[in-house]
Design a protein around this ligand. Structure first.
Ligand code: HEC
Ligand code: HEC
Ligand code: HEC
Ligand code: HEC
Ligand code: HEC
Length: 462
């Protein structure tokens, strides 16, 4: 024992090792205390406390052992001054050393908890790996969750999930450094945490929403870009005193729906429904076109199976152009501006710069050749239309990441993707012939459908 201690302090490597072990231990204890005092739930604090510091301690230990072994092989001659604690001066110096180490540890702890804040921030996640994450970041900034940190949905709190997500995060860093990542980044995210650890930390799954009205404004491809409206009463429902009903019936704690699908979760081969009363129902897709489909493992349905785009909101080309027309960003009295705008933004471009250039040219050329008088009198509006359309392209399509207009479909309806119809298309039946409902009135009442002036709007005072 004495021998070991002596060897420990006699060579630099072991000394550095012991210092590393000591600092790691002090920091470990202080960070644990911080976490106990309320910073609990912070994923990056956890990474430092439970991954980096133990690794530091281990490295220290290895250095100590290595140093001792190396020392043993050498002739044992003293390299350091002898420390004699009987001397007043030595004791004073020792006290100073302890003081410095303690202050240093406190400062380091503070610095680290600050560092944690930085790492947790959305700009760290969204901007650090700029070109890779920038599509997700841009699509996130225009969503209802623009102020929810990436880690709230992608990591959540608790040790096991941050270790998992950090292991995959470490791989991401490697893949970005060596340019090995997929373009586009594949979705669904198969290791995404089940939503009770993420969405349900803020949203209460049984909340009763009742019926929600929704008005969708769109435009037509005619010369006048005729504006039409669709008005739906969506039966979102939820958990009422009488039990769950409506669309959020899927989220009732007594209802479990699981399915086996392809990797992209677009074709549901089998759907199994378990309720607290009644037998388990297994619905099988009747028209399976693929030969030998090899479905993934069973997945229990949660929020993300419908709300797969709660925050990375990519518009379809029509949605983007209609939104811009609806808000008068594009002058909607320019003849055929919707049709031509869609044509221009849908053409293929190699980069955002090329797209802005190409779209602007296409729009200007169209009016110059088809409406020469207008091209002169409305030059400013036409220029602006080209400019806005270029912006729509650049915030939804990312050639460098191979993200096209329809790369990331939204499953929360059935118009822009299969969405609900992955199960609700009348194609899934049990052996007894029970079919998953596809009645148009199951999920909504259609008050108006692509009408220029829906009657119901006349009831609302202007
Ligand atoms: C409100 C929750 C939420 C927040 C906040 C959030 N994400 Fe996501 N993210 C998701 C969901 C849900 C998916 C898609 C999951 C699926 O389809 O399986 C996803 C998918 C992704 C993907 C895969 C590509 C894609 O678009 O499908 C990346 C990359 C990503 N997110 C990065 C980020 C970054 C960076 C941030 C912060 C700027 C962030 N996320 C913030 C919920 C969130
Ligand atoms: C940190 C808290 C938080 C988390 C985590 C969170 N949300 Fe939200 N979510 C909100 C808030 C706040 C709003 C309301 C935003 C508003 O109205 O501007 C909201 C709004 C929504 C909406 C309504 C969107 C709309 O268009 O008005 C949906 C749907 C939704 N969240 C789904 C999800 C899903 C799915 C997840 C998990 C992947 C999730 N949320 C995670 C806080 C959160
Ligand atoms: C079966 C598909 C489905 C599932 C599963 C689902 N939702 Fe929804 N949810 C919808 C639809 C459809 C709407 C209405 C969409 C709209 O308003 O555009 C909606 C609306 C919402 C809204 C907005 C309500 C409002 O009008 O203010 C929130 C918030 C929300 N869902 C959160 C969640 C959360 C959290 C979960 C998981 C616990 C969840 N949803 C699970 C389909 C689903
Ligand atoms: C993975 C398959 C699946 C998906 C995707 C899915 N559902 Fe369902 N849904 C079911 C099953 C299974 C039932 C129960 C059918 C039965 O009992 O006959 C059901 C039932 C319903 C019901 C009736 C609830 C009640 O009160 O009994 C509504 C409403 C509904 N779904 C709406 C939606 C909407 C809206 C979407 C898309 C946003 C959607 N579903 C997506 C599987 C799915
Ligand atoms: C399983 C539930 C479900 C069924 C069945 C269903 N719908 Fe829908 N429908 C939805 C949801 C959810 C939306 C999306 C609302 C939104 O945009 O948030 C929607 C949107 C729509 C829209 C507006 C689309 C747009 O963006 O302009 C129309 C029109 C529509 N449905 C018609 C129908 C018709 C017709 C049927 C019967 C053939 C039908 N739906 C059956 C759930 C359903």
């Amino acid at each position: 024992m004495k021998d070991h201690l002596a060897a420990l302090t006699r060579n630099t490597m072991s000394l550095v090792g012991s210092a590393l072990m000591l600092i790691s231990a002090i920091l470990f204890v202080s960070l644990m205390l911080i976490e106990l005092l309320g910073a609990e739930g912070n994923p990056y604090l956890g990474i430092i406390t439970y991954l980096i510091l133990p690794a530091g301690g281990l490295l220290g230990f290895i250095l100590v052992v290595w140093g001792i072994r190396r020392e043993r092989r050498r002739a044992p001659e003293p390299v350091f001054p002898v420390i004699d604690l009987n001397l007043d001066a030595t004791r004073k110096r020792l006290m100073m050393l302890i003081l410095v180490v303690t202050v240093g540890a406190v400062v380091l702890t503070a610095a680290m908890s600050q560092g944690v804040h930085v790492m947790e921030s959305t700009s760290f996640c969204g901007e650090t790996c700029h070109s890779v994450m920038s599509p997700e970041y841009i699509a996130y900034q225009r969503s209802p969750h623009a102020r929810v940190a990436c880690v709230e949905c992608h990591v959540g709190s608790g040790t096991d999930w941050f270790v998992r997500s950090k292991l995959s995060g470490a791989w991401q860093l490697v893949s970005i450094t060596f340019n090995l990542y997929d373009r586009p980044i594949p979705t669904p995210v198969h290791h995404l945490r089940p939503s009770e650890g993420t969405c349900e930390q803020c949203h209460w799954p049984e909340k009763f929403y009742g019926v929600r009205s929704k008005m969708i404004t769109s435009f037509s491809d005619d010369e006048a870009n005729t504006e039409v409206k669709t008005i739906l009463l969506l039966k979102v429902g939820g958990n009422d005193f009488a039990g769950s009903q409506g669309i959020h019936w899927h989220m009732d704690p007594d209802v479990e729906i699981r399915y086996r699908s392809d990797e992209k979760r677009r074709t549901m081969y089998e759907v199994e429904l378990t309720t607290s009363d009644g037998p388990v129902k297994r619905f099988v897709k009747q028209t399976v076109k693929e030969e030998n489909p090899e479905p993934m493992d069973w997945r229990v349905m949660d929020c993300v199976d419908c709300h797969n785009r709660p925050t990375h909101v990519y518009y379809t080309a029509e949605e983007a152009v209609d939104l811009a027309l609806g808000r008068d960003f594009i002058a909607k009295d320019l003849p055929y501006v919707r049709r031509e705008g869609l044509r221009a933004v849908r053409a293929g471009y190699a980069s955002h710069d090329e797209a802005r250039q190409g779209i602007s040219t296409a729009i200007n050329d169209f009016y110059r050749s088809e409406y020469p008088a207008l091209a002169a009198s409305r030059a400013e509006d036409i220029e602006e239309a080209g400019h806005v359309l270029g912006g729509l392209y650049a915030s939804n399509v990312f050639p460098s990441m191979k993200i096209e207009w329809d790369t990331y479909p939204d499953f929360s309806g059935h118009y822009n993707s299969l969405g609900c119809n992955r199960c609700h298309a009348g194609d899934h039946a049990t052996e007894d012939g029970d079919v998953i409902d596809s009645d148009c009135s199951l999920c909504h009442t259609i008050v108006a459908w692509d009408e220029a002036s829906p009657e119901i709007l006349e009831l609302i005072p202007k």
